[in-house]
Write a protein that binds this ligand. Structure first.
Ligand code: FMN
Length: 209
């Protein structure tokens, strides 16, 4: 049972960019610690990670902690101890976030988002998110999953109806051995999108100035 608690009001810090990274059940979730570390190399940035159950196969929680962030899971939402008035994790996380990155976004989570399904911490917070919070989807899946007609339909809804920004996927040799489109965008590009959008400055660069 989880006894971690998160209250947006006390976790948000004036002048900081609060980045919420959602990892889902694609091998590309192994990149989460690299993304966290690179974001936290910038001044005035905080990062929290939400991991789906499937992503926990790939997300190394120790490395995320070493990089300076925390991992939140369904177990932290459903503690079995809820009392009326207690903070609700998916609401607190969406209140906290200035930007949400779904990186990688599995075919399953993409389908859930497009269908409005919110049956876990990640999809509940996305469904409860203010439309003004910039949200980026980085699909990652096998080429045939990507080329499945439902994927195009889901991406259309996510872009045109919900208003998220979809980046990638890119073509390369996938974890399954297939060569083709379906890989998550390079993790460095994901970091750059956030850095550019919020004009983040590397701690290293600032020290030189
Ligand atoms: C080793 C392994 C790798 C997988 N890679 C992917 C992937 O890259 N993209 C994808 O959409 N699904 C992939 N899957 C399937 C998803 O993990 C599965 O659909 C899962 O239900 C996704 O759950 P989530 O969306 O809640 O994270 C993979 C499964 C396994 C066992």
């Amino acid at each position: 049972m989880s006894n971690k608690s998160f209250i947006a009001q006390s976790e948000r810090q004036e002048g900081y960019t609060h980045v919420l990274l959602i990892a889902t059940g694609s091998v590309a979730s192994v990149k989460a610690p690299l993304i966290v570390k690179a974001l936290l190399a910038h001044r005035y940035v905080k990062v929290e990670v939400v991991a789906t159950n499937a992503s926990l196969e790939f997300v190394d929680r120790t490395k995320i902690a070493e990089a300076g962030s925390r991992v939140w899971t369904n177990e932290d939402e459903w503690t079995g101890t809820y009392k009326i008035g207690d903070p609700i994790l998916h609401i607190e996380l969406r209140r906290w976030a200035d930007i949400v990155l779904v990186a990688p976004c599995s075919a399953n989570t993409l389908a859930k988002i497009a269908g409005g399904i919110c049956d876990n911490l990640a999809t509940s917070l996305l469904r409860a998110l203010a439309p003004t919070t910039p949200t980026y989807i980085f699909p990652a899946m096998n080429t045939l999953m990507y080329e499945h007609p439902l994927t195009a339909a889901h991406l259309r809804i996510v872009r045109d109806v919900i208003g998220y920004t979809v980046v990638g996927p890119i073509g390369k040799t996938l974890a399954c051995g297939d060569i083709g489109i379906g890989a998550m965008s390079e993790w460095t590009d994901i970091v750059r999108i956030v850095a550019d959008r919020f004009k983040l400055v590397l701690v290293e660069q600032e020290q030189k100035q």
